[in-house]
Design a protein around this ligand. Structure first.
Ligand SMILES: Cc1cc2nc3c(=O)[nH]c(=O)nc-3n(C[C@H](O)[C@H](O)[C@H](O)COP(=O)(O)OP(=O)(O)OC[C@H]3O[C@@H](n4cnc5c(N)ncnc54)[C@H](O)[C@@H]3O)c2cc1C
Length: 413
């Protein structure tokens, strides 16, 4: 193959891979694009899998991000059910499971992440479900149905975003729920103590049972299909369904095996370039080194989309660093949480609005500058935060504390 016969291969047909393919086309790339995904579906939205999909409020059409017919029209060669098993950097080709080889002139890795599993193996270990794919969600939905029929509870291991969303969905279905959290509070790394407590209260008010400092000693599958979870302090819980939401590990094995630099994720710069020539990466499989030397790994739709776009442009020779303020959302019951920015390292926090109600925002400051805002049913605060965080002018703690101060005046003109 010559450079006059360009062929970009994208490994992973999720949010980042699809974005990259479409960015290539909308930026006048008229060579071949092959989008390889090892799942049996065209690209689909993962966020509803823990939310509306579990409560049966969404049809398959609404889960899909892009129809195959649209991909065909854009001349994107999408192949479902195809797993890439190796990258040959010297030869500029990828090896497909089954033995075929595909040559590339540019390669994008968008392989996502895999849920971590508990270190309890064997049949009982398998009884603990995880949630990443549509198949995982369908199995959990079936398990919830079974819980409802047999009046058995759901046990969620891990009070993080995905676990709490599954818990909220199950409560919506009227299923008894217990959340076992190893830390002393919910979402300890993401939230201030007061927001953790507020979320705990939210779940308690919907009838969920929360257990903190929960150390799992053993998990046993019982003969009637239930699961018994024993804690180190002697307490034991019987579940009709047990689901673990204890984080993910980035799918960086292909890159590692090919000698591409990784550090708990494929290392990329702010344009998505990896340590290997003509190979970029984007989405949950990546990690970025920030200017202060720390590593940042984001698992969000926004990161996958914007990094996918930047990485595709980099393959076309255009370096357009993606510097947007990170944002994320989570839906639990009737509460929409929206986070703008990164609150790690914050040294002060200001609540704007009323935390006894269902609409307020927490503003996080570091050295007097606004670095992040967590908004609860406060979409306007969130949109504003995305515009002013990282901008030239930061509101002061006093301004945020003053309900009569109009923060919109700080928006870049
Ligand atoms: C249940 C759930 C709820 C979520 N909720 C939210 C939310 O509310 N808000 C938010 O911002 N984010 C949310 N997220 C996170 C968000 O969905 C992810 O950050 C985003 O999907 C990442 O996109 P990606 O393209 O990097 O990875 P993925 O979407 O995971 O796509 C990667 C694809 O690559 C495939 N693949 C892997 N290895 C290979 C291989 N060797 N060959 C071929 N294909 C391969 C995988 O099977 C997968 O299909 C949620 C995620 C989950 C699972």
């Amino acid at each position: 193959m010559t450079q006059s016969d360009p062929h970009i291969v994208i490994v992973g047909a999720g949010q980042a891979g699809l974005q990259a393919a479409e960015t290539l086309r909308s930026n006048a790339f008229d060579g071949r694009i092959t989008l390889l995904g090892n799942e049996p579906h065209p690209p689909y939205h993962r966020p509803p899998l823990s939310k509306a999909w579990l409560t049966d409020e969404l049809n398959p059409g609404q889960l899909s991000i892009r129809d195959v017919s649209v991909l065909e029209r854009k001349n994107i060669d999408f192949r479902a059910g195809v797993r890439v098993s190796a990258i040959d950097i010297e030869d500029r080709s990828v090896l497909l499971h089954g033995g075929d080889r595909l040559a590339y002139t540019g390669l994008m890795l968008a392989t996502g992440a895999t849920p971590r599993r508990l270190p309890h193996n064997g049949a009982a270990g398998d009884a603990i479900r995880v949630l990443r794919s549509r198949e995982d969600a369908d199995r959990i939905a079936l398990g919830l149905k079974d819980c409802a029929e047999r009046e058995l509870p759901l046990i969620v291991i891990g009070g993080g975003f995905i676990g709490l969303e599954i818990a909220a969905s199950a409560r919506k279905l009227g299923i008894a729920v217990t959340v076992l959290e190893a830390a002393p509070r919910l979402l300890e790394r993401a939230f201030t103590r007061e927001l953790s407590d507020w979320y705990a209260q939210l779940h308690l008010s919907h009838g969920a049972h929360l257990v903190f400092d929960a150390r799992i000693a053993s998990i046993d599958a019982t003969s009637d299909g239930a699961t018994t979870i024993q804690l180190a302090d002697g307490r034991s819980f019987v579940a009709g369904l047990a689901v673990a939401g204890i984080g993910v590990r980035p799918n960086d094995e292909l890159a590692q095996a090919a000698g591409i630099a990784c550090d708990n994720g494929i290392l990329v710069d702010d344009c998505g370039c990896t340590s290997a020539p003509n190979i970029v990466a984007a989405g949950d499989c990546t990690v970025r080194r920030l200017s202060d030397g720390t590593l940042l790994r984001l698992e969000s739709v926004q990161n996958a989309v914007e990094q996918g776009r930047a990485a595709a442009l980099a393959l076309l020779g255009t370096r357009k660093p993606f510097v947007a303020t990170p944002w994320f959302w989570s839906d639990q019951y009737d509460i929409k949480l929206q986070i703008a920015g990164l609150s790690r390292g914050a040294d002060s926090h200001v609540v704007r609005g009323d935390m006894t109600g269902h609409s307020f925002s927490i503003f996080h400051f570091r050295a007097g500058r606004l670095i992040a805002v967590d908004s609860i049913n406060a979409a306007k605060d969130h949109m504003l935060a995305r515009q002013i965080i990282g901008g030239e002018v930061s509101p002061t703690v006093e301004q945020v504390n003053d309900p009569s101060f109009n923060l919109a005046t700080l928006r870049a003109k």
